[in-house]
Design a protein around this ligand. Structure first.
Ligand code: URA
Length: 209
């Protein structure tokens, strides 16, 4: 079974408090999401393999290390996932960015893919599927399906806040996928919002309502 990591770093937890606050406006909300995404990327990349290199300092030759050519791909789920991309790219500028768009079928109420674009070398990349809110888990499950269908072998899921129901759903359909969170909240309400959550992440990021 994939692991669930909840990042308890004080900076992440501090910023998440202001992200949750209903009085935080769009500009600050967007900046905070960006910062938390960077901090989460720092934690997620902790296990990237290194290789030894030598570098000439102004003084001598140093035996040093660089990341061993691991190819990363970010796949934000449109639209709220976009809010976390730049923060991750600040730390991992070489990552390629794919996109997946889903709509809710009015009859089945299930998410259906309407757009997907991934880097061409899907099989050799490690993908991070990104959505700030893991609520019912339906979108995350379908987005991971979409990426797997194109040949991806190695997928992680990065969210800000999750409901237990969403985590369970992802683990049911994609048991090998590790999930990275800033918080695991209590539950979903009858409208599908995470409680206490932070409201609609897309609306708060883009000032729509
Ligand atoms: N999507 C959101 O943006 N917020 C929730 O609470 C649940 C789903």
């Amino acid at each position: 079974m994939g692991k669930v990591y909840v990042f308890d770093h004080p900076l992440i937890q501090h910023k998440l408090t202001y992200i949750r606050d209903k009085n935080t406006g769009t500009k600050e909300f967007r900046e905070l999401i960006d910062e938390v995404a960077s901090l989460m990327a720092f934690e997620i990349t902790r296990d990237l393999p290194l290789q030894d290199v030598q570098v000439e300092t102004p003084v001598a030759t140093a035996n040093s290390k660089v990341i061993a050519g691991k190819k990363l791909g970010l796949v934000p789920i449109l639209r709220a996932g976009l809010g976390m991309v730049d923060g991750i790219l600040k730390l991992i500028p070489a990552a390629k960015v794919g996109h997946v768009g889903l709509y809710r079928d009015p009859e089945t109420l299930k998410p259906v893919e309407y757009y997907i674009k991934l880097p061409s070398d899907v099989e050799v990349r490690e993908f991070i599927v990104i959505d700030p809110m893991l609520a019912t888990g339906g979108s995350a499950v379908e987005a991971i399906n979409s990426v797997k269908k194109r040949g991806a072998k190695n997928i992680k899921l990065m969210c800000l806040v999750a409901a237990p129901e969403g985590v369970e759903e992802v683990q049911k359909y994609h048991p090998e996928v590790d999930i990275y969170l800033a918080a695991m909240d209590e539950k979903l309400n009858s409208k599908g919002y995470i409680v206490p959550g932070l409201g609609d992440a897309g609306d708060r990021l883009y000032g729509t309502k």
